[in-house]
Design a protein around this ligand. Structure first.
Ligand SMILES: Nc1ncnc2c1ncn2[C@@H]1O[C@H](COP(=O)(O)O)[C@@H](O)[C@H]1OP(=O)(O)O
Ligand SMILES: [Mg+2]
Ligand SMILES: [Mg+2]
Ligand SMILES: [Mg+2]
Length: 355
């Protein structure tokens, strides 16, 4: 990667995401090994969310001790500070400290771990620098042994300047039509998996292996052109309750897209778009659902640096500088710059048909 721009921050972010991914993989191994996964309650997963958040906060501050630390993150320790959470906190502490001691770092006390989690309570905004974290994006994918991502972005004066996506279950090879048709859930453990995506503003987007400690170094680009719409594929949520599949289907039809969608959990979709596995991303949550910045921040800079445009359904750029939520209209779409205008037009047509 070029050594300009936000190189120290990007390096720190890759390190932090890898550490958190290691914790998530440990927990997923336990889930996988347990034949009774369905009977387990949600606690191992919740512990993974908290643990990943604590590790990212710890690691970023270790790597960049000179910098003022502010973080907007999904989780907070309120429930963990309640009396009945003692067992959970104890499990959380064991898990976090297992990862830390493996790194040769000192173990942390329970109170320190809770305080690390609570460093994610920043309101963000259009001034100063803020890290933006979703410690596990796609919790349902994580539990279902499908896709999930550790997503870490950096805001500077309200703009996303760097982003890292850790995708422990994403195949390193491009997802082909056959994968898409046969089982777009792309369950873990079936192929050579584990990708780390990284981008900083103006320096391009890169992918590498999540294992090891090399910076991602393979430059990636979106599918710049598709000569015939029927060759294009679109991506959307795996979960039908997260996005209106009927509506995206109508948009695809208006675009002349005939291939079935690739349905993947989490911001893994942004990584897949950035490396050209599919050409179009669509997300249309139920009316009233408020999008959070940590669900799109890291992915946005990665797809943009790979040559895509990301916007709301009206084509308006996403504004990450308004606090913890995104304020947008009717959903989020992304596509290569050559396709995005037609996508906006199709979405608007489909909306007009709905009225
Ligand atoms: N009702 C909902 N509608 C849309 N998205 C949701 C809803 N509930 C949770 N999410 C979030 O949608 C994202 C998953 O993306 P996708 O639908 O593309 O797989 C996650 O951030 C998930 O949160 P979480 O981070 O807690 O898993
Ligand atoms: Mg999320
Ligand atoms: Mg999450
Ligand atoms: Mg959640």
């Amino acid at each position: 990667m070029r050594t300009t721009g936000h190189e120290p921050e990007l390096q720190a972010a890759c390190k932090a995401v890898r550490l958190a991914a290691g914790l998530c993989q440990r927990v997923q191994q336990v889930l996988k090994d347990d034949e009774k996964t369905n009977k387990l309650d949600a606690s191992p997963v919740t512990i993974a969310d908290y643990g990943a958040q604590a590790l990212v906060a710890w690691s970023l501050q270790q790597s960049l001790p000179q910098q003022k630390f502010s973080m907007v993150a999904e989780e907070d320790a309120t429930d963990l500070r309640k009396e009945d959470a003692a067992d959970m906190v104890s499990s959380l502490s064991k898990l976090v400290n297992a990862v830390l001691t493996e790194q040769g770092a000192d173990a942390l006390r329970e109170g320190q771990i809770l305080d690390l989690i609570d460093t994610g309570s920043s309101e963000g905004g259009s001034q100063d620098r803020h890290w933006v974290l979703d410690p596990i994006d796609g919790t349902r994918g994580f539990v279902g042994m499908r896709q999930y991502a550790i997503c870490l972005g950096l805001l500077d004066a309200g703009k996303v300047v760097a982003g890292v996506l850790g995708c422990p279950n994403l195949p390193k090879a491009a997802i082909t039509d056959a994968d898409g048709l046969a089982g777009s859930a792309l369950r873990s453990g079936k192929a050579d998996v584990g990708c780390l995506f990284a981008a900083s503003r103006g320096n391009g987007a890169f992918v590498g292996s999540i294992a090891g400690d090399e910076m991602p170094s393979t430059r990636i680009n979106v599918q710049e052109q598709y000569s015939k719409p029927e060759e294009a594929r679109f991506m959307e949520s795996f979960e039908s309750r997260h996005s209106d599949f009927n509506f995206s289907g109508r948009v695809a039809q208006l675009l002349g897209v005939t291939k079935p969608p690739l349905r993947l959990d989490s911001q893994v979709k942004y990584g897949a778009l950035a490396r050209g596995d599919a050409a179009i991303f669509m997300r249309f949550p139920k009316k009233g659902y408020r999008e959070k910045i940590w669900d799109h921040c890291a992915g946005a800079v990665i797809v943009e640096e790979a040559g895509a445009i990301i916007s709301d359904a009206a084509g308006t750029p996403l504004d990450f500088g308004k606090g913890r939520f995104l304020d947008l209209q009717d959903g989020i779409i992304a596509a290569p710059a050559s396709i995005h205008p037609a996508l906006v037009k199709a979405v608007q047509e489909a909306l007009a048909q709905q009225e």
